[in-house]
Write a protein that binds this ligand. Sequence first.
Ligand code: PRT
Ligand code: MG
Length: 233
Amino acid sequence: MHSARAGHGRARRAADGLNMTQALSIALSKGRILEEGLPLLARAGITPAEDPLSSRKLVLATNLPDVRLVIIRAADVPTYVQFGAADLGIAGKDVLMEYEGDGLYELMDLKIARCRLMVAEPANLAARDDPKLWTRVRVATKYVNLTRRHFAAKGIQTDIIKLYGSMELAPLVGLSDRIVDLVSSGNTLKANGLVEVEHIADVSAWLVANKASMKMKHARLKALVDRLAQAVG
Ligand code: PRT
Ligand code: MG
């Protein structure tokens, strides 16, 4: 009796394991990506089995039996996809530019969660400042890698202060005059007396894929990617 139950448990776990590896997974983050991504997924014929905005589940089944959504932090999406923990992912170009792995394909621009990556500084400094004269700048940002690359390409040295959020606060409290951050409406900068002084990149969310999955699960992934491409229009 005991061993039969254990046997059943093993079979059950094996079946779950099979299901986990065969289902196609899409990693995406709560917040803007999910808010704008859900209508896009719906247009592609993919709807979660329960509301991801209210559910605490991190893995969600969808109306398609072999597609599930994995809900993770935005900055973790490239890692999950590179290591094959998800077949596909939806990640902001900012996150992809910052991530320095090379194990994923950037398949297509989903044209959602649009914004721009900017250098900003206090308005009173900008009035007498000229970015063309910069040789060394102190910058607060969560985008350490892309900030260093951006300035290095222009021959400017950087002292970077790594933050995890609320970059707009840094100039107000004397941490650094300049910040590198995302801007969409511009209201946050304005509310904190900051102005944009340099444009680094236009940002939107991209569909990324694990390289091995694109070979091993090609037909099913291609069908899914085609549906998403149609939904983007
Ligand atoms: O918030 P959390 O720490 O969990 O993670 P996250 O900040 O990485 O996630 P989330 O959901 O805030 O952002 C996910 C993705 O949305 C980003 O990686 C971008 O690709 C995209 N996105 C689009 C934005 C914005 N627009 C945006 N405006 N992400 C952040 N912002 C912030 C910006 O950092 C600034 O603080 O909004 C503020 C500016 O907005 P405006 O409208 O006042 O200019
Ligand atoms: Mg955020």
